[in-house]
Ligand binder design. Structure first.
Ligand SMILES: Cc1ncc(COP(=O)(O)O)c(C=O)c1O
Length: 361
């Protein structure tokens, strides 16, 4: 079966010597490999800075706290995402306020974001779902107008671009996930980036119990609570090896995604995601819309290709039900959508097979 998602690892001959070096170096915890990975990741993806953390979830938690979100504040967010996006909002004691999505993309609808703003709104979290950038120009304008920090969850969108800039550069904060099945993995890991340089010290303390690195442990004073959210040298070493091959992998996702954009959009009864003209998705998954998405799942299964919805709208979960609200466009989107494989493991022959099967219907 051609899988919907797959773990990507650099070549064994390249990675194993690097791993052996770090594993027997006596320096396993956060150290030089992490700092080098941060420098190279930021440079590679055109970010102002990169703070390496243990997961994308940890990075999101940090973003909310650094944005000043406190208990009982409201955070405007999407339900159409993986659960971590919204679980962290509850973890800081804040209230998730779900805005509706655009039925043609699954991404947050800027107009509904603006409608949901109140004086209690302390952050807007957007998710570039499946690798498709949200309507960043409009959303950033709304955030600016209302003086609300914008947090970009780029967990699905490594390598995407918007208005000729790397994804993650427009919001006040952005996070990336390097969990096993993302474009790039460090087994588990995350990156936090932000515009305001003065937050650097707080961000580093946040990921290490509130302790400051470089001050002797017997002298350092914790004056704000932090967590054990740092990345270790072993994960960072995998990340360093990944950076040498990631462009090739991402460009294969993009090539497959553009191929599907062109060919699937022409198939009667099917449609494909809409995105801004200035957006370049990085197609972590490819999403198709049909009145009968379960039929697509069956017909692709018959040719050995996995297709499914992958995520559950978060407001269906008990913990989010009190905040669910009414999301008619999301309900329609979820009914009609189905994800198909689009990544580096999908060959030219695979993508032809997929398009032919969909054409035959
Ligand atoms: C949209 C989204 N945000 C955040 C996360 C959290 O990332 P991590 O698994 O690295 O904690 C994920 C991963 O599942 C995700 O898909």
């Amino acid at each position: 079966m051609l899988p919907l998602i797959k773990v990507g690892m650099p070549d064994r001959s390249k990675l194993m010597p690097m791993l052996e070096n770090v594993l027997y170096s006596g320096m396993l915890a956060e150290g030089e490999a992490v700092y080098e990975f941060e420098r190279r990741f930021a440079q590679h993806f055109g970010l102002d800075r990169a703070i390496a953390m243990s997961s994308g979830t940890a990075a999101l938690h940090a973003a909310l706290v650094l944005a000043g979100v406190n208990a009982n504040d409201e955070v405007i967010t999407t339900s159409m995402t993986a659960e971590p996006t919204n679980v962290v909002i509850l973890q800081v004691g804040a209230i998730p306020v779900f805005a509706d999505v655009d039925v043609n993309s699954g991404n947050l609808d800027p107009k509904d974001i603006e409608r949901k703003i109140t004086e209690k709104t302390k952050a807007i979290v957007v998710v570039h779902y499946a690798g498709i950038p949200v309507r960043l120009a409009e959303i950033a304008e709304i955030a600016k107008k209302h003086h609300i920090p914008l947090i970009e969850d780029c967990a699905h969108a490594l390598g995407a671009r918007y208005a000729n800039r790397s994804i993650g550069c427009i919001g006040d904060f952005a996070i990336f996930s390097m969990q096993a099945i993302k474009h790039m993995t460090t087994v588990d890991g995350g990156i936090l980036t932000f515009k305001d340089e003065t937050l650097l010290r707080s961000a580093k303390k946040f990921r290490w119990f509130g302790l400051e690195k470089g001050i002797p442990r017997t002298e350092v004073d914790i004056n704000s609570v932090g967590y054990k959210y740092n990345m270790h040298n072993v994960a960072a070493t995998i990340g360093l090896a990944q950076l040498d091959v990631i462009d090739g992998l991402i460009s294969r996702h993009i090539s497959n995604g553009r191929y599907f954009d062109e060919h699937i959009s022409k198939i009667p009864g099917l449609s494909v995601p809409f995105f801004d003209e200035v957006a370049s998705p990085s197609y972590w998954l490819y999403t198709i819309f049909s009145d009968d998405s379960s039929n697509i799942e069956k017909l692709l299964s018959n040719i050995g290709v996995a297709a499914n919805k992958l995520h559950r709208p978060n407001h269906y979960h008990s913990i989010f039900k009190p905040f669910a609200g009414v999301l008619p466009e999301l309900e329609k989107y979820y009914q009609n959508m189905i994800h198909i494989p689009c990544g580096w493991w999908v060959s030219d022959e695979d993508r032809d097979r997929i398009v032919n099967a969909l054409q035959r219907g």
